[in-house]
Design a protein around this ligand. Sequence first.
Ligand SMILES: [Zn+2]
Length: 181
Amino acid sequence: MELTLILGPMKSGKSFDLISYFAPLRYTKKRFALFQSERNVRDNQIESRNGALLDANKVGSFAEIIDAGYEIIGIDEIHMFRPEEAENIKKILQKGTQVVVAGLDLDYRGEMFLIIKKLLEIGPLRVVYRRAVCENCHEHNAVYTQVYNNGAPITEGMPPVIPDDGTFTYSPLCRSCFKAN
Ligand SMILES: [Zn+2]
């Protein structure tokens, strides 16, 4: 079946897109489920910034759901998964399950997450690129997520996954305002 990617920086409405896609399915007979990384420390729900919520299951690997027989699955924050998980997503698609994935495409250096690269290589039917409002110049054209440690932009030496524990702060920024290494 087909793969859809919803990509963009922090605060660009990716989770809301995902929720909008799946919320109506609750009233159908479709076998569907939403997933997020077990590394996500928040509740078992996907939440968008405007307050919309849907229940989600935490998984470490998609190997667990290849044979689960879902008609459609959604995955939030795909960048929190290991790159090898792209192979499991391919297997899920081959089983006839439709997959809708949301997440950051670019890391704190402005470089593409390896799992996103691998998913693009599978040949998604749709790739939706979202923009956020740049928190520096306030234009609606942010494509990057700048990560700060005590107010200073980090341009190297950080694991490519952004922890969600308050250690780091982050801002969506446009091409002019983003500081790459
Ligand atoms: Zn800007």
